[in-house]
Design a protein around this ligand. Sequence first.
Ligand code: 5GP
Length: 371
Amino acid sequence: MFIYKLVFENFGVYRGRQEIDFSVSKESPIVLFGGKNGAGKTTLLNGLQFVLYGKRAANIGRTSADHEEFLIEAVHREESDDGESLYQKRKAGVEIEFEAVYDGELARFYVTRSWEKSGSESLTNFPEKLTVFQNGLPSEFLTKNWAEVMEEILPHEISSLFLFDGEKIDQLDRKGMVNNRFNAFIMGYLEEQGVATHFDALLSDNESQVKHLDMIPVECVVRNIATGSLCRRLGVEDGLDLEPPTFEFFLKNDELHDPMINEYHIASFGWATPAEVESMKVQTFRVNEILSKLFADGGMILVDFKLEFGRFSDQLLLGDEFTPDGCRLWDTDTREKLDKDRFRQGLGGVVEAYEEVALRLGVDLEAPIAA
Ligand code: 5GP
């Protein structure tokens, strides 16, 4: 997807009709959009999401009332001549011109969304109008089915991975630091409790030193509560307590989407010896015991998690990492999700949740790192 132009008309801080040209050349391949607070950087991003996704845009609430309020609030307000009062324009809109592959072909799209205060002065009467042009011609079909068409071009669920601002980059950057320090804490704690791991030392905010393992291409998952793929596969109730906890093996293979496997597959394909399989199970359950208690003391339920192991001379060590990216953690009282599901389900507040988990366990994210 390549964006050529964004046009705002009386949208937020943008007064009248403002065109922003995003075309680039080989010599100048990037467009940077900067400005002081209040200059319209966030509005630009909001407008971009809104023109593409309408009421499903991430910056708008979930209900029709939220959508209506968004339309009302987004209309530019201007001071009256005497500077005494603010009055709102009657019409606002956002337009975008972009190129994308749709139906197997590269096409140029022009999408306009506008809304206008009609008839009465009532603020609640802003019918929204959408028009879509393809390769210069208006298309009734695309206009009618725009939500589905956009799902093909850039699915809404993953759009937040592309349409984000500098603030989000800062947050994602912080997530690396939080996870690195959190993992160091958990690995250290597990070592203290007698679980052998590959972890050696925290080197910096974003680096850790570990032993080089010959990894077993298998993921070990323990579940204390049914949720996620277990519920999708078996149709069991989400949130069901599992007593005893259940255990699953998955093959580490992105192309095959990490399929579930059993001990016979591991033996037949030689991914690990029977002794290694037994050791992985024992160690994973031991980690479950240790960490379930640790998280419970911090007011959290360890719902499920994934571990990976590898060979180091004649030992089998816990490898990879242990962070909220690879486990599920719920608040004990409210069952609020404090893990990667916040990201998977578009709930927001991902880094904040990870920091909350670290805080509850007493992980000092600011502690100086020994040289
Ligand atoms: P599920 O099978 O329900 O998707 O995941 C079970 C648990 O294992 C969750 O805590 C999930 O975060 C973790 N998990 C499963 N596969 C992966 C993976 O490939 N990467 C990471 N980071 N975690 C995984």
